[in-house]
Ligand binder design. Structure first.
Ligand code: NAP
Ligand code: 8YV
Length: 324
C-alpha cells in the first residue's frame, strides 16, 4: 500500500495542459480516458492518493479508491464532484475560487452587452459586406440603459458583476439564501420576488440539487416581456425547454447564455433563436486565468501531499484540514 508516501495522482478524462505539465514534473500522474474504475486494476486503484479532475466524480468512483485522500477540482464550481460523499469518507475536495472571479465577471458584462446591443450580429453584418451594400445595421430594440439588474447568487462572482454594473449606473438587487450584511443592495428572500422586481436577471449560483431548474416558466414570466436573462453559473439552473418557449413566444425579450444543461451540446432550438446570444462556456477561458486555476489545482495537491492544509477546501470539507 502506498498511502502516506507516494505522490500518485489520477487524472480521469481531459485536463488543462498546465495541470498535466506540472503533475508530470512534480507528481506521479496516472492518466485514464474517463472516470471509470474499470480502466484500472485493484492494485493500481489502491495506489492512488490524489485526483486532479475537470470531469464528474461520483460517489461510486470515489469508493473505488480505498486510499484516496484528496480530489482537486479544476473550476470553482464543483457540482460535478460528490463532495458530500467525499467528506463523509474523509476525502478532501478543493476548487479554484477567486483566481477566476474578475475574468468571469468581465465576460458576463461582455455577454450582457452582446445580448442587448447585438454586437456579434452587427460585426457579422459588416464582415458580410452588408453595411456597404444595404446601409446601417438596424437599431437595437434592447439597451442596458434604464435597467434594474437582479443578481441570483451574490457570491464572489456575483458581487464582481454587481460592482461593474454599478459603474455602468445600473441599480442592483439580489437573491441569495442568506442576506449579506456587507452590501446595501436590496435583498429578496425568493427568486420570484427578485425576478418580479427587475428587468435583467443575472444567474451566477452554483449548480446542484438546490438550484436545479430554479429559473423556470414562472420566473421567466415574472421577469416579463422586456426582461433579459443572463446565465453564467450552471446550465442545470435554467429550465431550458421553458426558456426556449419563453424566447419563442417573446414572453421575455432575450437571453445570453455561457452555460448549458448538456454541454457541449447547446439545444438546436436555442441556436435557431434570434433573441438568444450563446457562448461555449468561455467565461474563465483566457490563458492567464486558466493557468492560475491550473496552478491552484496543483498547489492544493502539493500542500496536501506535503502535510500542509489544503489551500482552498470546499465548504463540505473544511473540517478535514484540521488533520493535515
Ligand atoms: P460563491 O462565492 O460560492 O457564490 C455563490 C452564491 O450563490 C452565494 O451568494 C450563495 O449565497 C448563492 N447561492 C448558493 N446556493 C443558492 C441557492 N440555493 N439559492 C440562492 N442562492 C444561492 O461562488 P462563485 O465563486 O461566485 O461562483 C458561482 C458559480 O459560478 C460557480 O459555482 C460556478 O458554477 C459558476 N461559474 C461559472 C463559470 C463559467 O465559466 N461560466 C466560471 C466560474 C464559475 P447563499 O449561500 O447565501 O445562498
Ligand atoms: C471552467 C467554471 O470553464 O470554474 C468554473 O466553475 O465553470 C469554469 O471556470 C470549468 O471549470 C472548466 O472545467
Amino acid at each position: 500500500m502506498n498511502r502516506g508516501n507516494s505522490r500518485t495522482v489520477l487524472v480521469p478524462g481531459r485536463i488543462n495542459p498546465r495541470v498535466r505539465e506540472r503533475l508530470e514534473r512534480e507528481f506521479e500522474p496516472v492518466f485514464i480516458d474517463k472516470a471509470d474504475p474499470g480502466l484500472m486494476d485493484e492494485g493500481a486503484r489502491a495506489g492512488i492518493r490524489g485526483m486532479a479532475t475537470a470531469t464528474a466524480i461520483s460517489a461510486s468512483f470515489i469508493d473505488a479508491f480505498p486510499n484516496l485522500e484528496i480530489i482537486a477540482n479544476f473550476g470553482v464550481g464543483y457540482d460535478a464532484v460528490d463532495a458530500a460523499h467525499a467528506a463523509s469518507k474523509a476525502v478532501m475536495v478543493t476548487n479554484t475560487p477567486d483566481v477566476l472571479t474578475d475574468e468571469v465577471a468581465d465576460t458576463t458584462i461582455g455577454l450582457l452587452l452582446n445580448t442587448l446591443r447585438e454586437l456579434p450580429k452587427a460585426e457579422a453584418y459588416l464582415r458580410a459586406g452588408r453595411w456597404a451594400a444595404e446601409g446601417a445595421y438596424p437599431l437595437t430594440s434592447l439597451t442596458l440603459r434604464g435597467r434594474t439588474a437582479g443578481i441570483f447568487g451574490l457570491g464572489r462572482i456575483g458581487l464582481a458583476i454587481a460592482r461593474r454594473l454599478e459603474a455602468f449606473g445600473i441599480e442592483i438587487q439580489y437573491h441569495t439564501r442568506n442576506k449579506r450584511s456587507d452590501v446595501d443592495y436590496p435583498w429578496h428572500e425568493t427568486l420570484l420576488s427578485l425576478a418580479t422586481a427587475v428587468d435583467l436577471l443575472i444567474v451566477v449560483v452554483p449548480g446542484g440539487a438546490a438550484t436545479d431548474n430554479a429559473v423556470n416558466a414562472e420566473i421567466l414570466d415574472a421577469l416579463g416581456t422586456d426582461g433579459v436573462l443572463i446565465s453564467v453559473g450552471r446550465g442545470s439552473t435554467i429550465d431550458e425547454p421553458a426558456l426556449i418557449e419563453a424566447l419563442e413566444q417573446n414572453r421575455i425579450a432575450a437571453a445570453g447564455l455561457d452555460v448549458f444543461a448538456n454541454e457541449p451540446n447547446a439545444p438546436k432550438a436555442l441556436i435557431d433563436l434570434p433573441n438568444a446570444c450563446l457562448l461555449p462556456h468561455v467565461a474563465s477561458a483566457s490563458v492567464s486565468t486558466r493557468n492560475a486555476m491550473a496552478d491552484l489545482v496543483v498547489d492544493n495537491l502539493a500542500a496536501w501531499f506535503d502535510g500542509r492544509p489544503a489551500i482552498t477546501p470546499v465548504p463540505e470539507c473544511k473540517d478535514l484540514n484540521k488533520g493535515n
